[in-house]
Design a protein around this ligand. Structure first.
Ligand code: MLT
Length: 305
């Protein structure tokens, strides 16, 4: 079986495939769309992360493909319907990197609250300034958490350990699940009105795209903080920029963007904004998580064999 890897995947996790005589593994990073269209016809399986768009056009060139293996949770970069129509199985790795994403959410939130990026740059630049970097505590603040799934649940537990009150909006969970996490289930409107910090932990789909809009920003508390370590586009980026510029939002921490890498002007302005802490989609980027998800998808490919 010929398997192509098109995004950076942990070598340690791919050992299972390397060690199996039946598998021929090609790691081909940085291929252009045209190059991928040209070579994909020769492969039985493709392993990707979020960097490769497995769309209908790519699949139309994939004459012998049997499996799309997504080394991560989100399958928003895979046209599942087009794959299914061709009898191609789509698998993901729904568990291996969720802790990593939850920890990164806390990392960027705390960096935002305590001005870590600016203070770091200032001290490295030879200055000794303290007052400009006075920050905010999380203790006794209200976290508005949208999506109490595998990542959201872990974020809720971590927020509780910081003595935050956690309100949850998630139409797919029971009050009991929310209570088990020490949180309270509310409607989106109440969450938006009450949150000191708002964070999203949903997949990106038709239900969640632009879930947080200008109308929601208008209803928020003055000086609210916003976090997106889930998927770009869940929070409308133009509305986010306007809310930062008006001062309604005191700061935001984003790891993900509706276009990656970003070319769009609005996203570029968001990234450059002085009140934004930004990272380039690093939520799942820990050695532990990358090994976990690579093992998970490698097992799926061996199961297929
Ligand atoms: C995920 O969906 O699990 C992550 O975004 C994966 C990635 O970093 O590519």
């Amino acid at each position: 079986m010929k398997v192509i890897v098109t995004d950076e995947i942990s070598e340690k996790g791919l050992e299972l495939l390397h060690n199996d005589q039946r598998v021929e593994l090609d790691v081909r990073l940085g291929l252009s769309k045209a190059e991928l269209y040209e070579v994909i016809g020769g492969y039985d399986a493709i392993i990707t992360r979020s960097g490769t768009q497995v769309d209908a056009e790519l699949l139309s060139h994939a004459k012998q493909l049997k499996m799309v293996a997504r080394a991560g949770v989100g399958i928003d970069n895979v046209d599942v319907q087009a794959a299914s129509e061709r009898g191609i199985i789509v698998v993901n790795a729904p568990f291996g990197n969720t802790n990593s994403a939850a920890e990164h959410t806390m990392a960027i939130l705390l960096s935002l609250c305590r001005n870590v990026p600016e203070a770091n740059a200032s001290l490295k630049g030879g200055k000794w300034l303290r007052a400009p970097f006075t920050g905010y505590e999380l203790k006794n603040k209200t976290l508005g958490l949208i999506g109490l799934g595998k990542v959201g649940g872990r974020v809720a537990l971590r927020a509780r350990s910081f003595e935050m009150d956690v309100l949850v909006y998630d139409p797919y969970i029971s009050e009991k699940r929310a209570a088990d996490f020490g949180t309270r289930l509310v409607e989106l409107d109440e969450l938006v009105r009450s949150a000191d910090v708002l964070t999203v932990h949903t997949p990106l789909n038709e239900e969640t795209r632009d879930m947080v809009t200008a109308t929601h920003f208008a209803a928020m508390k003055q000086g609210v903080l916003i976090v997106n370590c889930a998927r770009g586009g869940i929070i409308n980026e133009a509305a986010m920029l306007a809310a930062l510029e008006s001062g309604k939002v005191a700061g935001a921490a984003f790891d993900v963007w509706s276009e990656e890498p970003p070319q769009d002007e609005t996203i570029k302005q968001l990234i450059a904004h002085p009140h934004m802490v930004v990272t380039p989609h690093l939520g799942a980027n820990t050695f532990e998580a990358q090994t976990n998800v690579a093992i998970d998808v490698s097992r799926e490919i061996l199961n297929l064999l």
